[in-house]
Design a protein around this ligand. Structure first.
Ligand code: NDP
Ligand code: MG
Length: 386
């Protein structure tokens, strides 16, 4: 039977690669959603004919409504954040793929899981900000969380042997190191938006590309791994693997290490999240070992890359601390992309927010959003003062 998919964040880097997989496999697209890019969403609607579509931005949504007016096959159109969440709850979906960027994806993650839909999750920020609520929603309905992030997909793939999975001792979370690997703080101080947007191995959306340059991405992924695989942060070791060929590894009780390898192509983890536990031929090329040079391993420098240190502190504090770190980072990355703060300011601000409060304890969804708002306000106020 054809899989029916709801794809959120369809106009982005993961979204468009997901559509390549969907196109190659001939899956049915039940719903498509994005933020404000009505032009690209319209093209996608014309190709994939979803039953429903949504845009978070109200003005863009009205433009799309006008463009669709009078068309017999026009999808049901939903506007605003509520519209995205309604799409995530759409009856008849086999799986929801959440590729929205930032905490904006949290509501849809919860909506999908609460309605019992399996969730292919690229939006790591929903686990970082509201991990306890996300896991609780999945537990209540029995919906599955299938990782799309390449490292977490790799770990998930290495854990498929259920008997061994019980003996998981350690996760080796690989990192490319980003475009500024090996540089010191002096060299980093002058890095511009254009420098930071050049990633050596992956082509991704702007926010995660900056997160890769600051190593915030690895910090977010460490927190993501804690929630997905239930290991304490001390048992997750970050290993710099510059070539992005080994996508992560697991170590078992007997010290046997299992790794997952492949070309750096997100269509592999995206497709696996959609076909799990099956594997089928897909559009990604094979890894050619005859042309592959050496694979190198290094230690991540968290003295220089403070975002990684801040995320470690945040997960150790627990409660809303990771949410605060994430909110501070989203705001700081926005400021950096608008040339309003320097590269090193991102780490300083994220660390300052994490250190500003105790943060521990359980939380509600309203408290998550309040924490996010407060962290962003803190960053804006600090940035203005410098
Ligand atoms: P992009 O910036 O390329 O795309 C983001 C998508 O989210 C776009 O479709 C955008 O729509 C949509 N969006 C933005 N704001 C909202 C909103 N408020 N409500 C609904 N949709 C919104 O990001 P990426 O594809 O790079 O990343 C998406 C997620 O996947 C992130 O969480 C990232 O960390 C994660 N990820 C990405 C990887 C990659 O290779 N790119 C790898 C692993 C994880 P619009 O175009 O209209 O703005
Ligand atoms: Mg990743």
């Amino acid at each position: 039977m054809k899989k029916r998919i709801v794809l959120l964040g369809s106009t982005g880097s993961i979204g468009t690669q997901s559509l390549e997989v969907i196109r190659a496999q001939g899956y049915e697209v039940l719903g498509l959603a994005a933020g404000s890019n009505d032009a690209v969403l319209l093209e996608q609607i014309e190709e994939f004919h979803p039953a429903a579509a949504a845009l978070a931005d109200e003005a863009a949504c009205e433009r799309l409504r006008a463009a669709l007016a009078g068309r017999a096959d026009a999808p049901r159109l939903l506007c605003g954040a509520q519209g995205i969440e309604e799409l995530a709850r759409m009856p008849g979906a086999d799986i929801v793929l959440n590729a929205v960027v930032g905490i904006a994806g949290l509501g849809a993650t919860l909506a999908a899981l609460e309605s019992g839909h399996d969730l292919a999750l690229a939006n790591k920020e929903s686990l970082v900000t509201g991990g306890a609520l996300v896991l609780e929603a999945a537990r209540r309905t029995g919906a599955r969380l299938l990782p799309v992030d390449s490292e977490h997909s790799a770990i998930f793939q290495c854990l498929q042997d259920a008997a061994s999975a019980k003996r998981l001792e350690k996760i080796l979370l690989t990192a490319s190191g980003g475009p500024f690997f090996g540089m010191n703080r002096e060299q980093l101080a002058g890095k511009t938006r254009a420098d930071a947007l050049k990633h050596p191995n992956w082509s991704m959306g702007a926010k995660i590309t900056i997160d890769s340059a600051t190593l915030m991405n690895k910090g977010l992924e460490l927190i993501e791994a804690v929630w997905l695989f239930g290991l304490p942060p001390e048992k997750i070791q970050i290993v710099v693997q510059r070539q992005s060929i080994i996508h992560s590894m697991v170590q078992y009780a007997d010290h046997s290490v299992i790794a997952q390898l492949g070309v750096p192509d997100m269509r592999i983890p995206i497709q696996y999240a959609l076909t799990w536990p099956d594997r089928i031929p897909g559009p990604a090329p094979e890894l050619d070992f005859t042309r592959l040079g050496p694979l190198t391993f290094d230690v991540a420098d968290e003295e220089t890359f403070r975002c990684l240190a801040a995320c470690k502190k945040a997960i150790a504090k627990g409660g809303l601390a990771p949410c605060a770190a994430n909110g501070a980072n989203e705001e700081a990355v926005g400021l950096f992309l608008r040339d309003e703060i320097g590269f090193l300011e991102i780490g300083r601000l994220v660390e300052a927010v994490v250190e500003s409060e105790a943060f521990g304890g359980s939380y509600s969804l309203a408290e998550v959003y309040e924490c996010d708002r407060a962290a962003r306000a803190f960053v804006r106020a600090q940035a203005k003062r410098r």
